[in-house]
Ligand binder design. Sequence first.
Ligand code: ATP
Ligand code: LTN
Length: 335
Amino acid sequence: MEKERKVLYSGMQATGRLTIGNYIGALKNWVNLNEEYDCFFGVMDLHSLTVRQNPKEFRDNARLIYTQYVAAGLDPKKNCIYFQSHVPTHAELGWILDCFTYMGELNRMTQFKDKSAKHADNINAGLFTYPALMAADILLYQADLVPIGADQKQHLEICRDVAMRFNSIYGDVFTIPEGFFGKVGARIMSLADPTKKMSKSDENVNATIYLVDDRDTIIRKFKKAVTDSDACVRYDVENKPGVSNLIDIYSVITGKSKEDTEKEFEGKGYGDFKLAVGEAVADALDPLHKKVDELLSDRTYIDECIKENAEKAYYVSSKTLRKVHKKLGLTERIR
Ligand code: ATP
Ligand code: LTN
């Protein structure tokens, strides 16, 4: 049966506070997609358990991420925004897909290699099977499109392979999803090391602009951003990665082209440029801060959205899970 509207699925892990990388590369681009697609956005808290979390900070971060999704413009009455852990079908299908995912496939994942190197004392099985749970997230909703950053391409490939494998045995159960990759600002780099991506789990707080950072903090961090000794605002990723990253951020935030940005700062020093980038980012985040404060001051609205959307996600995903059970030959539940 043809669906009337295509389904779109995405999410972020609750491994820390969201950064402007998450905002520019993902969240900002999700707003208004609901006009064209049926959208599901998860706060991927089960995935976050692959790295050890402090329970109090974890709970606060997850709630803040939900609130920031809404504050950034995702309308929870028009998008299904929910916590992954509130919808048990994810873990259930995740297990089933573990049994359809090969060790050889998982062994090739660069995220697994990177995170194992970073957390050598906690290379757990969940970190290894992470892509099977991610496949479950997507396939449960029969998603057609998955907006993700380039770093998640490999995971989406496994999801597609597993879905095709399953379909080839049991018939058409899962929609095969496509990646949906953003154009500009797809990769915001660390302010301390512009050859590394800006990441919410970076230990160096000066490397990262968090969405919660206040104006002074933002400007201070941009002032400290690593550049070069060339003193010329010119876009050249290879030779001037720091300056190029700042140009990228400035262009995405202000809507100006890279060329216009270069012209605007012709003959000016890095001090002026960094201050302008800091001010532009602070201005852009100001309305988001106000909206977050407003939403946090009265919990009832967000609580109601969390509840309603978890129910909706459960309803939609259960249909797929029931079909999977049936196809696999699991004994039907007597109700
Ligand atoms: P972690 O530090 O825990 O690995 P992260 O900050 O890299 O987290 P994810 O939760 O893995 O973020 O990613 C959430 C979304 O944000 C993904 O779609 C990802 O591609 C995007 N994203 C993350 N970091 C950046 C960045 N620096 N630039 C652009 N997009 C990013
Ligand atoms: N692995 C993703 C987060 C994530 C996700 C998903 C994204 C978990 N499940 C399903 C899209 C669809 C990340 O680290 N960015």
